[in-house]
Ligand binder design. Sequence first.
Ligand SMILES: NC(=O)c1ccc[n+]([C@@H]2O[C@H](COP(=O)([O-])OP(=O)(O)OC[C@H]3O[C@@H](n4cnc5c(N)ncnc54)[C@H](OP(=O)(O)O)[C@@H]3O)[C@@H](O)[C@H]2O)c1
Length: 303
Amino acid sequence: MPARRIVWLLGSAVSITAALQWLAMTISRTISTPFTASSTADDVVRGADLAGVRAIVTGSSSGIGVETARALTAAGAEVTLAVRNTAAGEAVADTIEKSTRAVRPRVVHLDLANMRTVTRFVERWDGPLHLLINNAGLVTGGLERTSQGWELQFATNHLGHFALATGLHDALALGAVERNGTRIVALSSTAHMRSGVDFDDVHFERRPYDPQIAYAQSKTANSLFAVEATRLWANDGIVANAVNPGGVATGLQRHFTARQKESLDAAEAAGVFAYKTIEQGAATTVVAAVAPEFAHSGGHSPR
Ligand SMILES: NC(=O)c1ccc[n+]([C@@H]2O[C@H](COP(=O)([O-])OP(=O)(O)OC[C@H]3O[C@@H](n4cnc5c(N)ncnc54)[C@H](OP(=O)(O)O)[C@@H]3O)[C@@H](O)[C@H]2O)c1
């Protein structure tokens, strides 16, 4: 047999072996639950007893975060609404208390784009924490920066949550001892497939600004956070997973361009995209937060 053919065969064998290994890893790391895209957050918590579970939901003054907080509260969890608009947070807490007749959620100020408020939030947190839901997020219409010059979407969606989670690590570790494990859920998005993290220019100081790429970069960071936090903290009993709630009509789309809205409408008309309800979107978060399948399994991220 000619040498070139042997090399080709060896090369093919190596790539087939690598592909099979990748497939085996992918299959073994795929977790199935009884829930589907149409399941709601209430479906997921039905029968769950979260009494004694202390949970934080960031950005729970609107959208998916409100429904996440409501479902966890209804199942008995002690929920803290970590919000930048505390008046809106108090109104949400009132509604949740009335509708669930459960313990009223606590409202604590947190502006993820302002590190001083993150530090203050962490300092005020007392005792164990069992569930951290990094839900808050924003899409901007153009380049905006924090007071220290950070690009606003990366600062809010990733850096603020990173500082929050690392600040609360000891509380999570304490919670893990108490309840045999604690979980972090990071809200990512399919948008993460549009961009990696540009470590050479995270804050768009040397490249043209594209708000969609900036959002995608921040959502990739949310996914990578779940992978690395699990790697570093699993021995402390803490696992983190990233989730994609699907397309849900919320305040998030307020800065979408006309073209983005048109392409979503066209995709919906063609039957390749359908909005989920807020209750269905929140179900994804709640699955990662309470389903037994994710109790000790972290580092999963949406594809
Ligand atoms: N909706 C979707 O189709 C979709 C798809 C994929 C992923 N996601 C993710 O799902 C998560 C929830 O979004 P949503 O759809 O529910 O949007 P939303 O209704 O706009 O809620 C976002 C929440 O984040 C809060 N927030 C924004 N900036 C903040 C800051 N600096 N500090 C603290 N909180 C801040 C907002 O507070 P204010 O009310 O004060 O602005 C709001 O409560 C986000 O992480 C988003 O990326 C959503």
